[in-house]
Design a protein around this ligand. Sequence first.
Ligand SMILES: [Fe+2]
Ligand SMILES: [Fe+2]
Length: 385
Amino acid sequence: MSKRVLLVDDDFNITQGFKRVVHGLPSEWKFQFVGSGLEALRLMDEQPFDVIVSDMRMPGMNGAELLQIVMGKFPQVVRIIFSGYSDPAMVLRSIRPAHRFLAKPCATENVIAAISQTLDALDLVPDENLKKMAAGISDLPVSNYVYENLLRELEIYDSSLKKVGHLINRDIAIFALSLKLVSSEFLGLPQPIGIIQQVFERIGLESIKKIVLDKNVLFMEENMALPEKFPLEVINKHSVSVAQLAAEIAGRAGADGDERTAAAIGGMLHDIGKIVLFGFPGLYQRITNYVAVQQCDLCEAERQILGTTHAELGACLLGLWGLPGNIVRAVAHHHCAPKKTANSLAGTAIQRAELLAETNNNLPLDGELLKLLDPKWFDLDRIVT
Ligand SMILES: [Fe+2]
Ligand SMILES: [Fe+2]
């Protein structure tokens, strides 16, 4: 299947550089080049593209404005922006419409690698409608409670990064968005993601403030059209519990630092696909009705209605946002790994943490309580019944 990529840049030298590199790519890569947003939109009206890569600074329509239009008209198209950091306000405006941000100067090979990763992420879901659904997501609901407390903490003179990080760690949407910013170079931060606390230290209070205060970046749950019985708080609480337990289980199973981080971050984000589904109230209702009528589990109902589950859908979104592959895989496989594929240690730890969290009503388990748990929970070779 060919990969159709549209590159938009008014800088002749940049497009020439790309032309030289893409000339040597396998024939399934089809690139087209234009020099402005208007030309890009005209071409997209005439023929389909899988990916648009746009420069930010261009005369007339800038890259953020172009991607905003593309997001509305062609939601299935992967949107990548590349720019310098000279105008932070403009960078901020691209957070919503762009899946990924690449910092200039950026080697052409890195742009190709980013395009490949995003297309691989889209392949996690089976059909065009789901690809459109995942790629079209730009907003996730942030819990009112977290949002209001964040605002309060950020408004005080000596806001504490620790308290801010603690609040962000309680909400899947803002946690995921923070990782999107770190993974995708939006803020010019060094990769890869280290331990979770460091993510917020790297973003820094000033950038967090800008993101939280910008009305175009975060959306509170009360401002979004969500299903009536929308259990955001329940999922947030469950996710915090799974993250804590998955990191503990992976640690006790001998995971190294990277795998433990993947277990913790994957644990926090494992059900992000459920939040994506909440954004489609009709679909969400059909799935919950199916569960009620057929008395089956959620994944079975999702497979019947969507042809996939919230696990793959969530992993697809995280892959589009440029999160590391081990986290994307752990989220994709948190209910089951594909046939003939051994699950990663992080994925297995999240599966086990999911069971354990539900057995304990998603209550936080501190160090003392963890010590009292039956060791069977930490033996990853054993099936827990
Ligand atoms: Fe879960
Ligand atoms: Fe799940």
